[in-house]
Write a protein that binds this ligand. Sequence first.
Ligand code: ACO
Length: 373
Amino acid sequence: MTTKTRGLEGVVATTSSISSIINDVLTYRGYSIDDLAENASFEEVVYLLWKGKLPTVRELSEMKEQLGANADLPQEIIAQMKAYSVNSVHPMAALRTAISTLGLYDQEADSLCENANYRKAIRIQAKIPSIVATFSRIREGKDPLSPRKDLSFAANFLYMLNGKEPDEIAVNAFNKALVLHADHELNASTFTGRVCVATLSDIYSGITAAIGALKGPLHGGANERVMKMLSEIYEVENIDLYLQKAFANKEKIMGFGHRVYKSGDPRAKHLREMSKRLTEITGESKWYDMSIKMEQIIKSEKGLVPNVDFYSASVYHSLGIKHDLFTPIFAISRMSGWLAHVLEQYSNNRLIRPRADYVGMKNQTYVRIEKRQ
Ligand code: ACO
């Protein structure tokens, strides 16, 4: 047995040329996240992550066309969502199931050839916004809407969700949030996806596994819980008492802390700024004010700083998005990173199989059941 570390902290498990976190700076294919957040469309980022370069005008328009052409869902998926939407199913569970089911209707599901895998990546990325929006509408008793091929990726999702074309401010904010969440090196869900496809299982299995990992509150599930916490606290005046109790009970405060970043998550500053602007527009600055106060206290008392999930909560809330859709929205964006990573894994695969340090009982002898105490 060589090194062992709880939670694989500090372990370098693979090489990758997709995204890097070096000295708390996040880059996608060498472009800083700050640069991309200010300038890039999400479709450009998808192309960058998958192909390793920013697209030309022609390449971008081809990718948009492919995404548009593949955005419709099979009727079977819609029928299935209608069946399970009645049982207060969490949208992350619905999404995980829908992605797995999509594989049943893809003739190329089990092909591992590079071109087939790329075609599947397009299909999955194209369909994930349709799945999330369709499920949301069905459970509200509304008819699902067909995707609009004339709209950007960000605008189309908001349109399919709300049934009306979003304004420019909402589209720009949502696009930026998508860009900021698109990839993040070997985070838990990406690692899960890579482990799965490293057995040479199919892309749908890898992505389904990744969605399962994102769902947890220590990972992507934190953003929904941040809004729950802010809603429970409700007013700036209640923060001190809430945090005193949380600290005394050694509770984890959702949206704070990070395994890799110690001085700060570089995505948080963009989301903080967006939260300020959007809450001013909606007339609900209190969510921003509360977040700022929490950030100050938690930093000074615990030395913890906000991660990507903290300010994204008030951003999505301000965009009128239901709180339990926050994590599925994270998945819409992170899908691009997961797919880039599973494609990279297939291209240079080796089974991922670490060891466990056995600490259980030894030298036991089988006792027949009737003689056991
Ligand atoms: N609130 C209170 N204390 C915290 C928090 C927090 N959010 N995060 C870390 N700590 C404390 C721990 O209690 C621990 O203290 P101790 O040494 O006295 O026991 C210490 O800081 C180290 O924390 P770990 O949980 O060991 O750190 P780890 O690297 O394993 O976990 C994680 C990182 C999961 C993000 C953690 O900070 C956490 O649970 N945060 C809250 C959930 C969250 O926001 N998740 C989203 C992360 S970003 C993303 O995945 C998209």
